[in-house]
Design a protein around this ligand. Sequence first.
Ligand code: UDX
Length: 441
Amino acid sequence: MFVRRIAVIGSGYVGLTTGACLASLGHRVVCADVDASKVAQLAAGKVPILEPGLPELVVEGLAAGRLQFVVGAATAVGQGPDAAEVVFLCVPTPMGAGGAADLSAVETVAAEVRSLLPAGCVVVNKSTVPVGTAARTAQLLDRPDVAVVSNPEFLREGSAVEDFLNPDRIVVGCDAQDAAERVAALYARLGAPAVLTDAASAELVKYAANCFLAMKLSYVNAVAELCERVGADVLDVTEGIGYDRRIGQSFLQPGPGWGGSCLPKDTHALLQVCSAADFDFSLLRASMDTNTRQQHRMVDKIREAVGGSLAGQRVGLLGLTFKAGTDDLRDSPALTVAALLATEGADLIGYDPEVPAAVPGMTDDLQVSDDPLKVASGAAALVVLTEWPEFRLLDWGRLAELVERRIVIDTRNLLDADVLRRVGFEVRGVGRRPSQVLTSS
Ligand code: UDX
């Protein structure tokens, strides 16, 4: 079933992926943004974010006339017989004061479109919002003839298109069942199981999923610390537990702590939801504390590697984004570790394949280079912070000649320690057995 017109308000990473993918499923989609220059870029088929497959879908949608970009929510909703039947809200809900989600963008759009929505239209909330936002949006719209539906997204950066088109499930929540069914029908071609529920449950699914993932990662990071203490190897331990289908092999890689635009924000926001509901979710708090501890633990490892004090020590950072496959630096654990190193007086230089040398907003304490050789030059330690596969293929023999001390702290357990050992590096991973040093620098 195709609808006459879907409006997608907000053309950021969620909105743009949603709009382009819905258009690829055959729907007619009009995406809006407040940023006129971004809209002009998108209308010309240029995608400003790094997301595999997205530029192709945008170009295809534009060429087929199924995808359009406009400035402003009102224009996207349209008027008269051509007005949107379904309006997706994909606006940012950043972490506001005290960790609660800031809903001002949702409120602004609701005020802008409320009188324009045709009778029978469905407003769909895709942004991650606190439980109760669908009800609050309905209140703001004050349109009994318009249903508000919660339809959380589960897109990972770097594989958002793949995740959208091959979802594990579609979750749609609304107190009016027919509206929920109409939204679920938009995804019918994807053949995914659909969970139809009330709005509050759908809103909670998103938080419960992301917080579970955060908890899983904190659990793995804690197990990695234990491995180091008892001489076990976390890769073997996680392989061993991952074969249990109830646990699964995915999301079991220890690292420098979890980050990105979702998990930190959503864990904080769920704590706010809990506190409003007078519920102490101590398991969730512990997961967040473990994450902070993990970042500090990486700094301890680096300090120890350079001989006990970071002051004045040159430390080369490989990887700055919050994970590989994205150019996103938001809440990147790499930058948190960098900031902690800087506080202790380390002299920092970093390289990331997706971060330009003069990136705005980078701290004064961190110099970004476009050359991994420069990062190695004179380094008392090299630190892998993002799991970019190309780091495995660096000319480690050349890097060995440039560093001051041949030691790598591999917070992602990415590198082939044998290859590095052959050129004299000592590799210290996370939760791994210590490597043997064959030659010293
Ligand atoms: C996440 C959820 O996965 C997605 O479903 C939701 O819609 C948005 O939030 P994203 O933030 O893109 O997606 O990143 P994700 O791949 O989940 O990684 C989050 C963090 O966990 C990153 O810092 C990543 O490096 C870390 N991570 C992930 C690990 O340290 N180990 C792993 O095994 C997996």
